[in-house]
Write a protein that binds this ligand. Structure first.
Ligand code: ADP
Ligand code: ADP
Ligand code: MG
Length: 642
């Protein structure tokens, strides 16, 4: 076993790797950018090396600097985590040339699977079923359109170098092909520097089922499947293992295909074979097809760890240090059911825009596994993936595990940024999902109900008033209750006008809009009008948060303190922090309402900003390549003369 390794990553996955290293007595070296100097992974590691500026290209993607840090600190190996350099074969070559061990597959195996077209061709040869389609070299638009016609519509265009759901377009009918191709190629060129695409048959009622594999360079085993069908725009939201409705025949067929795929490329370490499954008629062994292989540890690996009891990072370290595979196929048992939910700082009502903020309050549920890279007071910066944590539960059955997930999400508290927590909780309670009726279209079909937030009711408003009055936990403020008992105290919150009278040592009467809430604190919980409120009051500077009532109610005590956004109708503002990828207009140019002004990229998504009205561009305030904050002015239109 190694005595010291360097982790070429940040956030939750760096922390996750350090956890296992500590348990195995392996020393750890963290690397960090300017934005991460005080990050959790830096604090957890035994040593840390500063590697550059906040943009990934200036730090976490600087292979040479990272290798130099490993040499300087005496690390013997480098763990790449996921994302960043984890699937970069040139980095693997450089690590090995420096006399260090890369904790992952060979550069050759990564290259074999790096491009989706080549990987499909290779898998076809190895006898693994692949999605019917065209993955040849001819990229002529007419030729591609002809191939799509042959496969039939709906068809899917995919960037061969794609990842994270980027560069993918569903085409419903031939007429839409040309435009979809152009936009897929454009996105692929900016994101991956490679515009090439392949065409696939679009599988009906698709389910994403992937197999965790592990190889020693010659032989491979699988650690069962994960179902990742709950997706939004091709990105995973909640994952589970095993897959609902899985049959022994289907599992045997998929496991065998996955092992064959891994062995065909002499795979070493942890990897994932992703299959698309036609779920329109249950799970049938002749209805799954290879999509791609991810040659790294996967974000959702904890659900596999939960059902197998195996620490995948431990296996990675042991196999990379020269040990044989720690278990044979027969020894790998499946036990119970696990779910993982990805908690993100994102603005769901605004269309899931990535958000940033300082996490003034952060509490993870007891009884669940939480993987996180942040602590209370840490910041979600615009530079990286806005993931706050992964919440993982494991129970004896799927039903029990799903109930555990719902409770765990209810018990999670984040203040300081908007999050997708209420959305995740709504998913955990979705009736079809509970029945195991999952396919990749579920979220899109039910988006309206899944993202609906109940307005603050009397109970929420009463709890917020108690919080604002400093009475959240009873105690000291009540000691003087007699002093102001006779007087109703006015509480003004954003959207709430309340009169609060303290009526006893742990009770208050609150009147809001003519309704009365009799509040009583019992065993640490506020009861309202005779019923336990279920709500938890959390105070952070300038805000009162109410958790546990289905949504996170984030209330500003003084309505005047609310930020007044300077949204002049002439200004196009950035709706989120991000990188300006392109600007399409120049000063003096005439635009019509709906015309593209600029493209903004925030992590994995591109957002097109359009003109709100007809007019003339007065000023362009940014250039492509600029990092902007939320609310930054991008383009100004000339005032319209009255
Ligand atoms: P999975 O979530 O199944 O592990 P993904 O392809 O969604 O696989 O990506 C895994 C991680 O890799 C993401 O969480 C992210 O950190 C990184 N990543 C992948 N693609 C991109 C991308 N296009 N831009 C930025 N980060 C990416
Ligand atoms: P990425 O590299 O971006 O992860 P994938 O090829 O793994 O790209 O596809 C991402 C997602 O897109 C899948 O999980 C699935 O939901 C959907 N998808 C991919 N291929 C197909 C297909 N042929 N038919 C239907 N859905 C598909
Ligand atoms: Mg994928």
């Amino acid at each position: 076993m190694f005595t010291k390794i360097l982790i070429a990553n940040r956030g939750e996955i760096a922390c996750r790797v350090i956890d296992t290293c500590r348990r195995l007595g392996v020393q750890t070296v963290a690397v960090y950018s300017d934005a991460d100097a005080h990050a959790r992974h830096v604090a957890m590691a035994d040593e840390a090396v500063h590697i550059g500026g906040p943009a990934p290209k200036d730090s976490y993607l600087k292979g040479k600097v990272i290798i130099a840090a490993a040499k300087a600190t005496g690390a013997q190996a480098i763990h790449p985590g996921y994302g960043f350099l984890s699937e970069n074969p040139d980095f693997v070559d450089a690590v090995e040339a420096a006399g260090l061990t890369f904790i992952g597959p060979s550069a050759k195996a990564i290259r074999a699977m790096g491009l989706k077209d080549a990987a499909k061709a290779l898998m076809e040869k190895a006898g693994v079923p692949v999605v019917p389609g065209y993955h040849g070299a001819d990229q002529d638009p007419d030729h591609l359109a002809k191939e799509a016609g042959k496969i039939g519509y709906p068809a899917l265009i995919k960037a061969v170098a794609g990842g994270g759901g980027k560069g993918m377009r569903l085409v419903e009918a031939p007429g839409a092909f040309a435009a979809a191709l152009e936009s897929a190629q454009g996105e692929a060129r900016t994101a991956f520097g490679n515009p090439d695409v392949l065409i696939e048959k679009y599988i009906q009622q698709p389910r994403h089922i992937e197999l965790q594999v592990f190889g020693d360079g010659t032989r491979a085993v699988h650690l069962y499947e994960r179902d990742c069908s709950l997706q939004r725009r091709h990105q995973k939201v909640i994952e589970e293992a095993p897959a609902p409705g899985m049959t022994p025949e289907m599992r045997a067929a998929m496991g065998e295909a996955a092992v064959r795929a891994a062995e065909a490329i002499g795979y070493a370490g942890a990897g994932t074979i992703e299959f698309i499954v036609d779920g329109s008629d249950g799970l049938r062994p002749d209805r799954f097809w290879f999509m791609e292989m991810n040659t790294r540890l996967q974000v959702e690996h904890p659900v596999t760890e939960a059902i197998t009891g195996i620490d995948l990072v431990e296996w990675q370290l042991r196999v990379a240090s020269g040990e044989p595979l720690p278990a044979t196929q027969d020894e790998i048992q499946l036990n119970g059911h696990a779910f993982e939910a990805r908690l993100y700082a994102e603005d769901v009502p605004a269309g899931f825009l990535p958000a940033t903020g300082t996490l003034a309050h952060l509490k993870f549920p007891a009884g669940a596994r939480s993987e996180t890279g942040v602590r209370p007071g840490d910041t979600i910066s615009p530079w990286y993936d806005p993931m706050i944590a992964k919440i993982i539960v494991h129970g004896p059955t799927r039903d029990i595990s799903l109930t555990q997930l719902a409770s765990a999400l209810d018990a999670t508290e984040v203040a300081g940024s908007v999050t997708n927590l209420a959305f995740l909780a709504a998913l955990a309670r979705h009736k079809g999902f509970a029945k195991g009726e999952v396919d990749t279209g579920l979220i899109a079909r039910d988006l309206a109900s899944l993202t609906e937030v109940a307005p603050a009711d009397l109970t929420v408003k009463a709890l917020a008033s108690l919080g604002a009055a400093g009475l959240a936990t009873g105690g000291a403020p009540f000691a003087g209750f007699a002093l102001w008992q006779p007087l109703g105290r006015k509480i003004r919150l954003d959207g709430i006008d309340a009169i609060l009278e303290v009526t006893g040592p742990a009770s208050a009467r609150i009147t809001i809009d003519g309704q009365t809430a009799d509040c009583r604190l019992m065993n640490g919980q506020w009861w309202v009008n005779g019923a336990p409120s279920g709500g938890r009051i959390v105070l952070t500077p300038g805000h009162v948060s109410i958790f546990g009532r289905g949504a996170h109610y984030f209330i500003i005590p003084d309505p005047l303190a609310r930020e007044t956004s300077a949204t002049g109708s002439d200004l196009t503002l950035s709706p989120m922090p991000g990188l300006v990828k392109a600007v399409f207009v120049t000063a003096g140019q005439a635009v019509a309402a709906g015309d593209r002004l600029a493209v903004l990229e925030a992590m994995k998504m591109e957002h097109t900003l359009t003109a709100a009205r007809d007019g003339t561009v007065a000023e362009v305030l940014v250039t492509a390549g600029t990092q902007v904050e939320a609310g930054a002015a991008l383009v100004r239109l000339e005032e319209v003369a009255e």
